[in-house]
Design a protein around this ligand. Structure first.
Ligand code: IVH
Length: 710
């Protein structure tokens, strides 16, 4: 948008204006005001569109205040498109209904590669291509999930903004649009022979800012937004533009729907393709889906499908909420040949991602008792399809969660499943209650063994404290055989429960004393399954000792602590000789964990169990590979923490993490100001942004590899 020379000029002018007094500037006040506005517009573009400010916030504020002050002293110089006029005083009484210059249509939907192929075939038919095999070029962009906005610029000025409304007419929200910093108040369309233009885009809130908005609302006791879309669409309809600005909304522009020159001639078709239209919008200062980042040109429908698939997998890393991709025939003449239905263009289609949120009925609440006795309420739901999986149970965590969210049996609930996150209930839809719902009554006895439940004051969880509770015994054994513990292939909770009921299993040691002849006769088993189970159990005997320690299921002794502890002893049983002080002196073990180790290894039963397992052939001794790694103090990453984000091209995540460990560092999950480095792969999203904001050092994959000399 700004040529390098122009940028240099505006930058230097800004610095000069910052240091000069109004009176030094040649007394030509209109000119001074003009210069300030040009500079501020340039810095808004660097900040809100490019995300690359060149002035500090303080300097920008100084420039802005100087303009405000001058306009205050000389009201005759105020212009409605001055950057100071983004937020007008006063409230909007009611939004006026206005007609769009061209109707804002919807999009047809597709859900998979077959649907996309069908679309491609329809397009080819519509344009009656002689050579049906000739590929059509498509432009693919994210389908932003916010509120649609329709902007009109006339003589380079924003003159009107409206919501989508019913497609033909929407609500006039110009004052609110002006409060959104990524919507330019002025744009140099005339340089391209455009006198009047109608643009469409989507108003959004960045996911991390959405979290902040919600947390500040929660502090003020205000109702929370269910999702970023509601925060954005609600923002467009606020009566007070000041509040719109506080909500930190953003706007991506993705379509030019109408454009005429001075004589009123249609100039839309002067552009060869959609891509060129979007490029022009970028040039005159709009935030658009950037080519190579959000926007892609695909040579054929197969490339489109692959691109959509890739975005579906990484959508959670993108800083804004998107609910699919939009596929558009790039060539405008071909678009014209395709035409429109009354509902949607025939040259475009939405590729919808699998829904992340859905509503369903909460049928009942069951209580599960885990291996530590923790009682977890589980909501049984009417089955619902969510992001490609059928969900019929979700955890309700604990009694406080149910109470805080006022979740009742019979409620319609909003369920969400984002990325790899376990599905959870966002909220109950209170307005859909009809009075038949019932409050969840938390039990005070264990649903399995009927003993009384306990809850320490400081904890949120109720527990069954009967160590012999069947649910706990089965839970402990299921944990013992699980993947991260002894990793006994094919041995799951269902078998454990069955063998327990049949009297074959009552302690962990029994796992290594199973009678396979009996098992082979069980219904649905047979010799082969029994043999497979036997070999999986045999293999597990040779596991490194840290797995066995973790498998014991002692509270607070997870995989990491297990590895730390094993590195200190020859044999697991040796842990009985350690005191809390000695354990804490290791540095990596805290007092809570130390107490657990001492309490558990102080019990004869723990040592007896380990001795028995050892007699049965299970390894209890530290392997060489588990010895404490001596990290030299001068190791490249000694004392450093690293986060990996985005798609890594040169290494797998697990390899990368191992490299960090080997170099003496720690790979961690979340970004904080204390983080040493963030390694950004392709399509790095909110973590990268946060790291940049916090001033954390950012490395490319190559830089990381070079740093550790890999
Ligand atoms: S193009 C003629 N591109 O999705 C319609 N729409 O369900 C052309 N949307 O209301 C629309 N991102 O507001 C287009 N990159 C994008 C979009 C997009 C989001 C919205 C749009 C429309 C809805 C259709």
């Amino acid at each position: 948008m700004y040529a390098p020379e122009k940028q240099k000029e505006l930058y230097e002018l800004s610095k000069a204006l910052l240091h000069k007094n109004t009176s030094d500037t040649g007394q030509n006040l209109p000119n001074f005001v003009q210069q300030l506005r040009a500079c501020i517009q340039y810095h808004e573009w660097r900040y809100y569109i490019l995300n690359q400010p060149v002035l500090s916030d303080f300097e920008f504020d100084q420039l802005f205040k100087r303009l405000q002050q001058t306009e205050l002293e000389h009201p005759e110089l105020i212009d409605p498109n001055s950057p100071t006029q983004r937020v007008s005083n006063g409230l909007t009484e009611a939004f006026e209904t206005v007609r769009h210059l061209t109707p804002t249509l919807s999009l047809d939907n597709s859900y998979n590669a077959d649907d996309l192929n069908g679309f491609d075939e329809r397009v080819k038919k519509l344009i009656e291509e002689e050579d049906k095999n000739k590929a059509i070029e498509y432009c693919v962009e994210p389908k932003f999930d916010g509120g649609t906005i329709v902007l009109i610029y006339e003589n380079d000025r924003l003159v009107r903004a409206a919501t989508r409304g019913n497609g033909a007419q929407g609500d006039e929200i110009t004052l609110n649009a002006k409060a959104i910093r990524s919507i330019p108040l002025q744009a140099n369309f005339s340089a391209f022979g455009i006198q009047k233009v109608e643009l469409r885009g989507e108003v959004l809130i960045r996911k991390d800012l959405f979290e902040q908005v919600n947390s500040s609302r929660s502090k003020k006791g205000e109702a929370l937004f269910a999702n970023p879309r509601n925060a954005a669409t609600g923002g467009l309809r606020l009566k007070d533009p000041k509040q719109v600005q506080e909500r930190a909304l953003d706007a991506f522009i993705y379509q030019m729907g109408y454009a005429v020159d001075d004589l009123g001639n249609d100039v839309l078709m002067k552009f060869k393709n959609h891509n060129a239209q979007i490029e022009l919008l970028a040039q005159v200062g709009f935030k658009v889906p950037t080519l190579g980042q959000e926007r892609a040109l695909c040579a054929n429908i197969e490339a489109v499908a692959a691109h959509c698939q890739k975005w579906q997998e990484t959508r959670d890393d993108y800083p804004f909420e998107i609910d699919g991709m939009v596929v558009k025939v790039n060539d405008l003449e071909l678009q014209d040949l395709c035409g429109y239905t009354s509902h949607h263009p025939r040259w475009a289609i939405a590729f919808k991602f699998k829904a992340k949120q859905a509503t369903t009925k909460l049928l009942s609440v069951d209580y599960q008792v885990g291996r530590t006795g923790a009682v977890t309420p589980v909501a049984r739901l009417q089955a619902v399809e969510l992001a490609g999986a059928t969900i019929s149970n979700v955890s309700l965590h604990n009694a406080d969660f149910i109470q805080e969210k006022d979740i009742r049996i019979g409620d319609t609930v909003l369920v969400e499943r984002a990325g790899d996150v376990i599905p959870y209930i966002v909220k109950s839809m209170e307005d859909l209650r009809d009075g038949t719902e019932s409050v969840v009554v938390y039990p005070n006895t264990c649903p399995v063994c009927s003993s009384k439940l306990h809850k320490p004051e400081s904890e949120a969880v109720w527990r069954c404290v009967n160590h012999q509770c069947e649910a706990q015994i089965v839970g402990r054994m299921s944990h013992f055989v699980s993947k991260n513990a002894m990793n006994i292939d094919g041995f799951g909770e269902a078998y454990i429960e069955r063998f327990y009921k049949e009297g074959l299993l009552s302690s962990m040691a029994d796992i290594y004393r199973l009678n396979y002849d009996t098992i082979a006769f069980f219904e649905g088993f047979g010799q082969k399954s029994a043999d497979n189970l036997r070999s999986a159990i045999e293999v597990s005997k040779k596991n490194p000792a840290y797995r066995l320690l973790y498998a014991l299921g002692i509270r607070h002794i997870g995989q990491t602590n297990s590895k730390i502890l094993v590195a200190e002893v020859e044999k697991l049983q040796d842990l009985q000789h350690w005191s809390e002080e000695q354990l804490c002196a290791l540095g990596d073990i805290g007092p809570i964990v130390a107490k657990q180790v001492v309490d558990n290894f102080g019990q004869a039963a723990t040592i007896e169990l380990l001795d028995t397992l050892e007699l049965l052939g299970v390894n209890c001794s530290r392997l060489d590979s588990e010895k404490k790694q001596i990290i030299a103090e001068d190791a490249v990453l000694a004392g450093k923490t690293i986060v990996f984000t985005g798609t890594l091209q040169k290494m797998k995540r697990s390899e990368a993490k191992q490299m960090v460990l080997d170099a003496g560092g720690k790979a961690v999950g979340s970004v904080s100001a204390k983080l040493s480095y963030l390694v950004a792969g392709e399509k790095a999203g909110s973590k990268l942004k946060k790291a940049q904001d916090l001033g954390v050092s950012i490395l490319s994959e190559d830089e990381f590899l070079a740093m550790i000399n890999a």
